[in-house]
Design a protein around this ligand. Structure first.
Ligand SMILES: NC(=O)C1=CN([C@@H]2O[C@H](COP(=O)(O)OP(=O)(O)OC[C@H]3O[C@@H](n4cnc5c(N)ncnc54)[C@H](O)[C@@H]3O)[C@@H](O)[C@H]2O)C=CC1
Ligand SMILES: N[C@@H](CC=O)C(=O)O
Ligand code: NA
Length: 453
């Protein structure tokens, strides 16, 4: 059914179904009830909640109990529902519900990055078929307007690079580890209590959540379909206080970054690289100032130059702000006609091989403290076509718990910073370092972003 056909059945109200009443859904309902009159003026018709789908109907949620249902599909199917707001999460159940809504000519607003990153093509096709809207501003960087600006304000520019801190939970953890030396597990639990973490926080700390957002950002920035499976991903679970100290010695901090790049090879052919990993960022870079659950998206575009979007990236009310912005836009289109721009993927650029991606690296290792070690280590880097930028050596070699693992003074800690090199060369170099008699152990390899060479 098209929206025209559906709208003919409707009256001068916009009927809304809210699916899910957890951290975000609760705030969406609260704010909608609190500011309903303003919404009427902004939209041109009242927005009326037709129902709220929850899993547990026995809980008192402080709303009219007649609105509560545990049958989300029946709510979606109601003829007086024009817009479906999905704040449940997960992929398959939400996919079925939203496809069904779109096919019935109802617009969709979702905060679900995992779903959009996996099934955007299918959802967009269903929205196009019915000529309705698919909005997902809350899916990337919470309250920060970034989907709208990429689809509209930046639509006339050529975006080269997007670098984002797009996960509030991991930024909250890394900021605390850096600022106060806080305990990882305790800080993660706190992020859960504050409503930042996903239902399964593995999605946050292992980088899955950021990878979904990187896929969505890449798709919009480079007009090419990128899914979460196309994104190279590493989380923050292996980051230690030693890594953070080694970053500080280089005047850097560690951030979980989503890096989305247009790669132009020597023959002029283009591809897209999307990757998520913890990386050193110089303290002088704007992204280094983003702390706690705040997010930021740093864009580099041909004509605009550098732009940074900054704000609250997680939590109930901030995320509800983005959801409600989309709801207002979708409702206006229901009342006045028109559609939001879709995610045009005409460029269809291929995904770059991860091994071909270039960046800078910090390689931390324990080495044998004797004559010739430095030249042997340097030779390994040279053999893999990697140019060294700086080398820093410390005498003491401590474990994470501060115990000295080298009471006889035979080892040293070496921190090697490289110039730009390919991931493939770096991986081969690290393997050779591991086999070198001069190297006791490569303790960590961290990428460095936000510098040119
Ligand atoms: N919490 C945050 O800071 C942000 C969350 N998001 C996204 O928003 C969505 C919701 O997140 P939260 O509210 O944090 O999750 P949540 O886990 O607090 O809430 C989801 C709610 O949906 C309910 N639910 C599960 N299956 C259901 C079904 N079949 N029918 C009705 N209700 C059902 C659950 O019982 C739960 O109360 C997720 O996609 C998440 O990734 C996006 C940006 C920020
Ligand atoms: N779990 C996510 C919530 C927002 O997308 C985060 O921590 O950023
Ligand atoms: Na957003």
């Amino acid at each position: 059914m098209t929206r025209e056909a559906h709208t003919e059945l409707c009256q001068s109200e916009v009927g809304v179904a809210i699916l899910g009443m957890g951290t975000v859904g609760t705030e969406v309902v609260r704010l909608l009830n609190e500011h309903g009159d303003s919404f009427t003026h902004r939209i041109g018709a009242p927005v009326v909640i037709r129902g709220i789908a929850v899993r547990d109907t026995s809980r008192d949620r402080g709303v009219d109990p007649s609105l509560i249902t545990d049958d989300a599909q029946a709510l979606v199917d109601r003829p007086d529902v024009d817009v479906v707001v999905e704040v449940i999460g997960g992929i398959e159940g939400s996919r079925q519900l939203l496809l069904s809504a779109l096919k019935q000519g109802k617009s969709v607003v979702t905060a679900n990055k995992a779903l959009v990153a996996a099934h955007a093509a299918e959802l967009a096709a269903a929205a196009d078929e019915s000529q309705v809207d698919l909005y997902f501003e809350a899916a990337v960087a919470g309250a920060i307007p970034i989907i709208g600006p990429l689809k509209r304000s930046m639509a006339g520019d050529e975006i080269q690079r997007v670098m984002g801190i797009v996960n509030g939970t991991t930024n909250f953890i890394l900021s605390a580890m850096d600022e106060t030396g806080a305990d990882y597990a305790e800080t993660l639990a706190e992020a859960g209590r504050l409503g930042y973490a996903e239902a399964d926080p593995t999605a946050d700390v292992e980088g899955f959540d950021a990878a979904s957002k990187a896929a969505i950002l890449s798709t919009l920035a480079f007009h090419s379909r990128v899914t979460a499976n196309d994104v190279y991903r590493e989380g923050i679970t292996k980051i230690t206080q030693q890594d953070i100290k080694s970053a500080r010695k280089l005047n850097c901090t560690i951030k979980l970054l989503a890096v989305c790049e247009r790669i132009i090879s020597e023959d002029g052919s283009q591809s897209v690289s999307a990757r998520v990993y913890p990386a050193l960022v110089p303290l002088t870079h704007q992204l280094a100032t983003v702390n706690g659950a705040f997010n930021a998206v740093f864009l580099e575009a041909e004509s605009a130059g550098q732009i940074m979007f900054y704000g609250p990236g997680a939590g109930g009310a901030p995320t509800a702000s983005a959801v409600l912005g989309d709801l207002v836009a979708a409702s206006r289109n229901v009342v006045h006609g028109g559609r939001a721009p879709g995610d045009n993927t005409y460029a269809n650029l291929p995904i770059a091989e991860f091994g071909d991606v270039q960046t800078r690296y910090l390689v931390n290792m324990h080495v044998v403290d004797e004559k010739g070690t430095l030249s042997k280590v340097a030779e390994v880097f040279a053999n893999h076509d990697i140019s060294i930028a700086t080398v820093h050596q410390d005498d003491v070699v401590e474990n994470e718990d501060g115990t000295n693992i080298d009471p006889d003074g035979k080892f040293a800690r070496l921190a090697v910073v490289t110039h730009r090199a390919s991931e493939a060369n770096l991986a081969a170099c690290v393997e050779s370092l591991g086999n070198s008699e001069s190297v006791v152990k490569v303790t960590s390899v961290l990428r460095m972003e936000g510098q040119d060479n």
